[in-house]
Write a protein that binds this ligand. Structure first.
Ligand code: NAD
Length: 379
């Protein structure tokens, strides 16, 4: 069995899909591991560390991917990479398939079995494979660090002989995995923290982290959670009431971090340009949803936008800004899933196509788009 870890080819991708730790595990599973030279550089892993773990270093993508049965990636393979893979190869990555149906079709045509890690069911057995959580957790942390770096004042209250510096007020919108970590990080830095979410279950979690919960708590709010635990689209009437409450709250904040997402839909717009204008000079907004359309009016993907006296931080690939940690966790998520695709006795790949983890994540197989969300449109 050959495993390939190519260097990520997409601009701005700093992460890598395997670490020396996970390479060791693949070697013990019976894999011959090939890592492209420089694959770990931006995550602070040098070729020699992979070699010491049992990998062979390949000089380019072609040599890395040649004959590989299993390919690990952070991003969906490019057309050039697909051209280097053998038919029947298993490719595990974050595939970002929504809105990229043509790319899904291209993977089917290349004859690979493509697995989308972001579709991993959020069940107990698969917690260790949950890339959305591992990366969102780090993104939530990094969002506060980025916000603090753009903020021209101190975060904690400081009582000094020369006077008192007040604590920063931080408001976190969306209290999922990223938002909860943002709350915890802002609290650790000494800020006064509040948060909001449309899911009623979030209230208790926010409060347990020592932050104040801000939301219109009417009947619609109490019923606003899908069976999967995700947010659902709220009525226009609710959105209006919530926006009024939030508008008056935002005007008093120093840093706002937005993380609100609804699976498979564009990110909800939470902050209008009027709300931005209502903030004090020097305030900072960090929009973690900028890649999915943005929660904040005026956010620019990949930029720190200066809008009047307020900065709106719209960094792309926020987990990639903390690449060494993000890669370490991502690689662990991948090895945990890959292990379920291997017969440990026979030291051979043996996919159980009936396994619920496989069924939920497989996009393409045997030349076809097989995932129910994409098969009718792209197949
Ligand atoms: P997400 O990234 O899809 O969304 C982030 C947050 O934004 C969510 O909390 C969502 O409710 C919120 N949001 C959406 N629209 C909003 C709006 N208009 N205003 C304010 N907030 C809004 O969410 P996530 O981080 O993936 O977490 C979603 C759920 O999944 C949570 O209940 C979480 O606890 C759960 N979860 C379960 C597991 C597990 O069991 N293994 C793992 C991770 C997360």
């Amino acid at each position: 069995m050959k495993l390939a870890v190519p260097r990520e080819s997409e601009a701005g991708e700093t992460r890598v899909a395997a670490t020396p730790d996970t390479v060791k595990r693949f070697v013990s599973l019976g894999f011959e591991v090939s890592v492209e030279t420089g694959a770990g550089t931006l995550s602070r892993v040098v070729d020699a560390d992979y070699q010491a773990a049992g990998a062979t270093i390949a000089k380019d993508a072609k040599a890395t991917l040649e004959g590989a049965d299993l390919v690990l990636k952070v991003r969906r393979p490019s057309a050039a990479e697909l051209g280097l893979m053998k038919k029947g190869a298993i490719v595990i990555a974050t595939m970002d398939p929504y809105g990229h149906e043509d790319a899904v079709k291209a993977m089917a045509e290349a004859g690979i079995s493509a697995f989308a890690m972001e579709f991993m069911p959020r069940i107990t057995r698969a917690q260790v494979m949950d890339v959305l959580s591992s990366q969102a957790n780090l993104a939530g942390y990094q969002a506060v660090i980025d916000g603090a770096a753009e903020y021209d004042r101190a975060m904690p209250m400081m009582m000094t002989a020369a006077g008192t510096v007040p604590a920063a007020r931080v408001f976190v919108m969306g209290a999922g995995v990223a938002g909860l970590q943002a709350i915890a990080t802002a609290r650790r830095l000494g800020a006064v923290v509040s948060a909001t979410d449309v899911r009623p279950a979030a209230k208790e979690q926010v409060e347990s982290l020592g932050a104040k919960f801000v939301a219109v708590e009417d009947d619609e709010f109490r019923q606003a959670e899908t069976a999967g635990g995700y947010a659902k689209e709220m009525s226009d009437e609710y959105k209006k009431k919530q926006a009024e409450l939030v508008a008056s709250h935002i005007a008093k904040q120093d840093i706002v971090v937005t993380t609100a997402l609804i699976p498979g839909r564009p990110a909800p717009r939470l902050i209008t340009k009027e709300m931005v204008a209502s903030m004090k000079p020097g305030s900072v907004i960090v929009d973690l949803a900028v890649e999915r359309g943005g929660n904040v009016e005026g956010a620019v993907p990949g930029k720190v936008a200066q809008v009047g006296d307020v900065k709106i931080v719209g960094h792309l690939n926020v987990p990639g800004r903390i690449a060494a940690s993000a890669s370490a966790l991502y690689a662990k998520n991948l090895v945990a899933f890959a292990e379920t695709l291997v017969d440990k006795e026979a030291k051979a790949i043996a996919v159980n196509w009936e396994d619920e983890l496989v069924k939920a994540t497989v996009l393409t197989r045997d030349g076809k788009v097989v995932h129910p969300a994409f098969a009718p449109a792209a197949g």
